[in-house]
Unconditional design. Structure first.
Length: 406
C-alpha cells in the first residue's frame, strides 16, 4: 500500500525529488575524461595513482552501501539522503581547489562515501511510497534518469574540461540543486520498525531464500554484462571489422537503450509480469552467444543493444520483486545487500573470465562471450525452476490484487 505522507505523491515535483537522487549515484565516472590532464599536471606521480581517481569511489561505495540501511534505521531516509547529497556535493567540487593529487584522492573517497549512502535510496523510497503499476513505472524511470544524467553530466564535464581538469569537477555542483529539492519536497518517512538496533546478521536471518536468489540473479546478470563490456572492443578489433573508435561509438548506445527501457518498463512489465525475467535472461544469453560468432559491426551493435535492453529490464524487475516479498522495514537493507552483491560481481569479473579461459584453454573474446551466454542459460534454468516450484503467494501480484489490497 502506498504510504500516506500528506503530500501528493503523484505530482511531478514529488516524483522528481525521488528520481533526482539517482542522478548522484550515476555520477562517479563522469570525470574519467580528465585523467590524462591530471596525469600531465602531476607527472611526478605514478599513473596508477592518478587513475585511481576513477576507481577509488568504488571502494567507498561498497563500504557505505553496507552502512546506509543502518543509518536509515537510526536517522530516517530523508536525513540520510541529505547527508549523502551534502557529502557528495562538497567532496565532488573540492578537487577544483586541490593543490596535490592526495587531496583529490581523499575527496574522491568521500565522494564515493556519499554515493554509497544514496545508492539504494531511490529504489527503497519508491518501494515505500508506490505500489502496483506506478511502482513499476517509477522503478523503470530510475534507470532512465540515471542513464540520461550520466550522459548529460559527462558532456558538461567535457565542456568544463576545456577550461581545466579542475573545472570539470564543478559539474558536481548540480548535486546542490538536488539537495534543496529533496530538503523542500521529500517528507520524512516513518517506517515502523524494530530493526534499527538489530545486527546485520539478525537482519540477514530474516530474509527469505527467495530474496537471496534475487541477489544472486542480479550478480550473475551483472557478470554477464561486464563480460560484454570488457570484451566487445577486443572482439571487433581482433576480428578486424571495427576499431576502438567504432567500439566506443557502438557502446554509447548502451545509455540510450537504458533510457528507453526505463520509459517502457512499466507497460512491458504490466503485460509480461513474471515472464519478464526469464525472457530477458534468454534474450541476453542468445545475444551474447550470437555476438561471439558475428563478423559484422552492425550485427554486433544490434546484439549489444539487445543485451543492454534485456539487462536493464532485469534489475527493475528484481527491485520490484524485493519490494513485494521482503518486510517493508528491510527493503532498504535488501537493496543495499543486492548492490553489494553487484559490486563484488563487477570486481570479480576479470578473475572469473580469466579462470574460465584457463580451464577452457581459449582466451579469445569470442570464447568469453560464449561463456557469458552459457552462464545465462544456467541462470535461466534456475529461474524457471524457482518459478515453477515457488509458492503461489510469492509470485508477483497483478494490478487487480494490488487494488484489492489497498
Amino acid at each position: 500500500m502506498a504510504a500516506n505522507s500528506g503530500r501528493n505523491i503523484s505530482s511531478f515535483l514529488f516524483k522528481a525529488s525521488i528520481l533526482c537522487i539517482s542522478i548522484d549515484t550515476s555520477a562517479a565516472g563522469i570525470i574519467s575524461g580528465a585523467i590524462p590532464a591530471v596525469e600531465a599536471d602531476f607527472s611526478n606521480v605514478p599513473s596508477s595513482l592518478v587513475e585511481s581517481i576513477s576507481t577509488l569511489p568504488s571502494l567507498a561505495i561498497l563500504i557505505f552501501i553496507a552502512l546506509s540501511p543502518l543509518l536509515t534505521g537510526k536517522l530516517g531516509y530523508k536525513k540520510v539522503a541529505l547527508i549523502g547529497l551534502a557529502i557528495s556535493f562538497i567532496a565532488g567540487v573540492m578537487p577544483f581547489f586541490a593543490t596535490n593529487i592526495y587531496m583529490v584522492l581523499v575527496c574522491r573517497f568521500f565522494f564515493g562515501a556519499g554515493i554509497g549512502l544514496l545508492n539504494p535510496m531511490a529504489f527503497s523510497i519508491v518501494s515505500y511510497f508506490y505500489v502496483g503499476n506506478e511502482r513499476a513505472q517509477m522503478l523503470g524511470l530510475i534507470g532512465t534518469v540515471s542513464s540520461l544524467s550520466s550522459t548529460l553530466l559527462t558532456m558538461l564535464a567535457g565542456v568544463l574540461l576545456k577550461i581545466s581538469w579542475r573545472a570539470s569537477f564543478l559539474s558536481y555542483s548540480i548535486i546542490l540543486i538536488i539537495f534543496f529539492l529533496v530538503m523542500i519536497i521529500l517528507p520524512e518517512m516513518d517506517i515502523s520498525s524494530n530493526t534499527s538496533n538489530e545486527s546485520i546478521w539478525t537482519r540477514l536471518g530474516k530474509l527469505s531464500k527467495r530474496v537471496y536468489l534475487f541477489f544472486a540473479y542480479y550478480a550473475v546478470l551483472q557478470l554477464m554484462l561486464e563480460g560484454m563490456i570488457v570484451k566487445y572492443g577486443l572482439l571487433i578489433t581482433g576480428k578486424g571489422f571495427g576499431s576502438a573508435t567504432s567500439a566506443s561509438f557502438v557502446m554509447s548506445f548502451m545509455s540510450i537503450t537504458g533510457m528507453i527501457v526505463g520509459i517502457i518498463f512499466a507497460p512491458v512489465f504490466k503485460v509480461l509480469k513474471n515472464s519478464l525475467l526469464p525472457i530477458a535472461i534468454a534474450a541476453m544469453s542468445a545475444a551474447l552467444i550470437g555476438m561471439s560468432f558475428t563478423n559484422s559491426l552492425m550485427v554486433s551493435a544490434i546484439l549489444l543493444i539487445i543485451v543492454t535492453a534485456a539487462f536493464t529490464f532485469a534489475p527493475a524487475f528484481l527491485y520490484y520483486q524485493i519490494a513485494e516479498v521482503a518486510p517493508k522495514s528491510l527493503v532498504n537493507f535488501c537493496n543495499s545487500v543486492m548492490l553489494i552483491f553487484v559490486n563484488v560481481s563487477v570486481f570479480l569479473t576479470p578473475y572469473i573470465y580469466s579462470g574460465i579461459a584457463k580451464i577452457s584453454g581459449n582466451a579469445s573474446p569470442s570464447a568469453a562471450l560464449v561463456a557469458a551466454g552459457v552462464i545465462g542459460i544456467v541462470l535461466l534454468i534456475l529461474v524457471l525452476a524457482v518459478m515453477k516450484f515457488a509458492p503461489r503467494k510469492q509470485q508477483i501480484k497483478d494490478d487487480s490484487q494490488e487494488v484489492e489490497n489497498k
